[in-house]
Design a protein around this ligand. Sequence first.
Ligand SMILES: CCCCC/C=C\C/C=C\C/C=C\C/C=C\CCCC(=O)O[C@@H](CO)COC(=O)CCCCCCCCCCCCCCCCC
Ligand SMILES: Nc1ncnc2c1ncn2[C@@H]1O[C@H](COP(=O)(O)OP(=O)(O)OP(=O)(O)O)[C@@H](O)[C@H]1O
Length: 947
Amino acid sequence: MAAESGARAWLGGGSPRAGSPASSPDLGRGGRARSEPGPGPGPGSGAGPGSGPERAGARWPGAAALGHSFRKVMLTKPTFCHLCSDFIWGLAGFLCDACNFMSHEKCVRQVKTPCTSVAPSLVRVPVAHCFGPRGLYKRKFCGVCRRSLEAPALRCEVCELHVHPACVPFACSDCRQCHRDGHRDHDMHQHHWREGNLPSAARCEVCRKACGSSEVLSGLRCEWCGVQVHTACSSALAPECTFGQLRSLVLPPACVRLLSRSFSKPQLFRISERACPEPDAGDSEDGGDPAGPGREVPAPESNKQALRIFDGSDAVHRNRFLVVSVPRPARSEEVLEAALRAYHLTEDPRGFELQALPWPPQAGCAGAAGKAESGRTPEEEGGRGPRAREAAPEAWVIRALPRTQDVLKIYPAWLKVGVAYVSIRVTPESSARSVVQEVLPLLGRQAEGPESFQLEEVLMGSRQVQRTVLAEEEPVLDRLRDIRQTSLRQMSQTRFYVAERKAEVPRVSLFVGGLPPGLSLQEYGSLLDEAVATKAELVTLSHVYSSQGAVVLEVACFAEAERLYMLVRDTAVHGRLLTALVLPDVLHAKLPPDCCPLLVFVNPKSGGLKGRDLLCSFRKLLNPHQVFELTNGGPLPGLHVFAQLPRFRVLVCGGDGTVGWVLAALEEMRHQLACPEPAVAILPLGTGNDLGRVLRWGPGYSGEDPLAVLVSVDEADAVLVDRWTILLDAQEADLEPPKIVQMSNYCGIGIDAELSLDFHQAREEEPSKFTSRFHNKGVYVRVGLQRMSQARGLHKEIRLQVEQQEVELPSIEGLIFINIPSWGSGADLWGSDSDSRFEKPRMDDGLLEVVGVTGVMHMGQVQGGLRSGIRIAQGAYFRVTLLKATPVQVDGEPWVQAPGHMIISAVGPKVHMLRKAKQKPKKAGTPKDARAEEGPAPEVGPKERRR
Ligand SMILES: CCCCC/C=C\C/C=C\C/C=C\C/C=C\CCCC(=O)O[C@@H](CO)COC(=O)CCCCCCCCCCCCCCCCC
Ligand SMILES: Nc1ncnc2c1ncn2[C@@H]1O[C@H](COP(=O)(O)OP(=O)(O)OP(=O)(O)O)[C@@H](O)[C@H]1O
């Protein structure tokens, strides 16, 4: 028995350490012959990126410690080194047969990147990826086969892993760990390295020299802090990651707990199906193989033959194979080696064999598998090995030869730092219990007794990590044989943990939205019971948000949570489809003192439709658990998740309507928030973006670097903005309570609301046409021109009281109450002329300004800066009487208001907004100069700089 303490893993944390036990399994043997590369972009195709190497025969014996099997190749095309990213001058390079790592001779000794064949064994904490839809990623490279991504490829929505669809099954489950899940929870946070695809201008943090490349997959970048280094330099950095520039904004993974079983990653991160579709047949979901039926087998060159290679029974059953091209004739060993390499298996080929499969399969794949599993060798099957076959492409299945004993690595699940394991020999007598008994003394835990521990099998698939507890009597050798029989790749992605046998109490928080508002806890309980048959003994209604028509269910059983989640999303109540979201718990007590995390809301429907890309960028830059899509349940799920945090900030990505939506939700939730007044920043995605403009966030987002946006949010200053309450009391609706809406920008009655209404109706009818801010403004102009000659005489249809005093209205078509100096996308309705009748307007003075417009022509003039509105009044309390049904808009959201009263007053508290700090002046100015430039709103206090 050999007990080896393992090393820190490279993938998923820590620095690469060649030669350590964890990174030096018995792989990457030398002395093998090489077959020609197979076709297609799959990892089995063998050739290095852009190299087109010819066989040179010589083999480099080093770097086997990292699983590579390097050999010297002749270069026929310009080729770059994957270690130093420089051009390889001369005719020879060193290429790893399994992962396509290409290197200079001088660099090959310094290679620290492990081969994909051993990468799964180096993952610190297995975390599945979350692949989005196929997309074109120009000048990016596959993280598995290292080749360029010319055709549509996949990218993880949470980390920067890019892969060919065919390479997905070979990707490690080494995504960012964004929450605690009760399995391997760490408090110390380490860098999470991702290799390659760095911008070409990237500079190494250690040596300050260029470390990015657009030619090859090289260099490393930490997925959390963004630090970029040469692979060779990475060991000079401390393993601990402090989240870099965004450290005060990131919600630390140690503060988030989410127990999940088979919820998928997109479900856990609330990524819509459209953004993260189910893998299609060609995407080779886990357990499948990268090629499959329907894939053309290219005609081999005359001196080569193409073979279909299946990895175990599962591949045969699913009829999924890889095509490998070998010389004609080829020796059996040559074919076997090429087949193993195609599946990234660099173990000793003597432990494997190829079994012939009848091709094409006659009676279904399962039948074909049954035949192949007869245990006979290809020679016995047809009397001839691969060498002799010459007809149509042949099919072979790779099998592991039976083993009478095996060496098994057992990882202690409780270790918080690094990947460490002990290796033990398992024989036909070994059971899960005997393995636990054997490893405990090696790990110093024998005193606790084997009954406190269990053996867990973890399948580290790239899309899902599956955990299974082995039964105590389970014969371990049989289990290993079964896994290999199913798939050899699956075996290389399977890890065994000895774990404390703690009764994990399942607890899943399920948010259910879209329910009728205004019900009691009991009423929501009965309604859900009726709609989805909730099991009372497993489900508790932990929170009721009656006014929003939403509840949070606490479910004490994973299967029940999964059932409810699926069912709720398929259920309509009162004709409205319900929303279901899995929500994490935020462990507020673990929030570091210098951290004030950002809660991000994105409205993908706003103005220029830039929200989808931003969602993706923010999920990568921050913790995806802090990013919420507003079309998926509104602001409430995010506010519920952050409710216990003692401090946080909010970023609203959307237009004025969206900002108002979030501010209203914040106001409603205020008493349930541990941080009742979080400051709110704006990323202006809308059409008008008036509040965003006055708070210096700009007229509209047009693709600026999302990292720079977040840095600006972190550096912004808090200011106060008045918040107005509008009570709408319709005369006809005597029995209904008055409606209340909140306002921070403006409230328009008459013509501007009418244009707004026309615009929104047009957008509802054909949302696909409203794809740019410019187009949207064009629609305002079109609807404006259509109403150019409209003259209903609004002043005759309404009455206005300011502070209880009747005010006579001039002849107008629109009456507008303004709180900020921007309306209709940046127009200044009040104007800058001083006026002895009124105070100078401010957005925090508790006063609103009232102006009139005479029609569309007048509004156009205001837009053109040629005129301002007709100044009518300034005050803090207004009463408007509508004699007829009239269009009304609040912060750009319009409706037709029935005749009755509108009371506008500042009953609520002011809101804390974040105003973008002014760009630092080019020339050094004095602090006094800088203060003189400040706008009208007072700062709440200089925001503490956290960095
Ligand atoms: C002189 C003829 C001018 C014809 C112009 C026709 C129509 C548009 C005129 C004015 C539109 C003004 C206001 C918008 C209306 C309602 C919105 C009110 C609520 C609100 O502000 O909502 C915002 C929330 O974010 C969203 O609103 C917008 O984004 C509005 C965008 C409006 C863009 C209109 C651009 C029009 C440019 C016209 C410039 C004409 C200048 C020349 C004038 C010469 C006159 C002789
Ligand atoms: N309070 C709200 N409640 C529900 N949905 C809203 C609310 N406000 C906005 N929306 C939705 O978001 C969409 C986009 O609104 P938003 O105001 O963000 O963008 P916009 O109208 O393009 O920009 P702007 O308001 O700056 O002109 C609206 O069409 C609406 O579907």
